[in-house]
Design a protein around this ligand. Sequence first.
Ligand code: COA
Length: 273
Amino acid sequence: MTYKTLLVDIKDKIGKITLNRPEKRNAYSPQMADDFAQALDDLRYNDDVAVVVITGAGEAFCAGMDLKELFFGLKQNNPKEYDRISRVVTASRGRTLRYFPKPTIAMVNGFCFGGGFPLVECSDLAVAADEATFGLSEINFGMFPGGQVARSIANIMRPRDALLYSLTGRTFNGKEAADMGFVNFSVPRAKLEEVTMSLAREMTDKDPAALKATKDSYRFSLEQSWEASMSYTAAKEQEVFVAQNGGWLKNGVGDFVEGKYKPGLQSHTGVKK
Ligand code: COA
């Protein structure tokens, strides 16, 4: 697996995608859009990967969409290719990442602007460096947070924060991002990798069908009526039951009934035997 604009490493069941244009602050270029879509597909079908972590090389997580290559270049000179790339971005980050069948964590190491926000929002979890700098800078160049960014900030930010930062272009740091719930928590940059990988490892030995159902039932319930959600999760329960050959009930619950472990305090590591 080699990509022009990404590094992908797999270790201990964690697939790490590193946006790798540090000299351009990992601006999301057309090539990166194609690479990212391909990397998500590769990790999706790789049985050695249970959890995916997304981060950036160097000082930036992602400085947003590539204003030079994408907007100044393609949008003006090659509208069809601009449209194709826009569709790839929407599909890969808005849909594929959001509904990815394995848990995903954004590890925000530095600058995160505009088009970098959906990478954070569409990941299930996010950990930031205290020192990271976030900003909805579009207003500073006479635009607004359009495309996926509008929906991303509506999904994940508190209304006052979304409007404050998008109307002023003010920046906020990793600690402030944690305080407002935009990321789960922040840690000093020197600890970011260690803490994020440890968080990822908390999920690598959980049952994959249960992890997928956890995500699906949360994400789709948000979009469903109460009745539809009840029906959907009942069907999901059967899906998990089939995927594990009844494992969660036979072993997960069964071993508790037999006094072998306490699921409130420990994780069963082999429900599907
Ligand atoms: N699109 C295209 N190129 C970008 C970019 C972006 N979003 N962000 C940074 N770059 C490029 C710069 O043009 C520069 O390229 P060059 O060396 O060929 O001139 C290189 O990355 C380094 O950027 P520089 O500004 O020198 O780094 P810095 O560390 O001083 O500042 C930022 C970093 C991110 C604060 C600054 O580059 C910036 O404001 N970028 C735009 C952020 C933005 O508005 N994003 C929203 C897009 S939706």
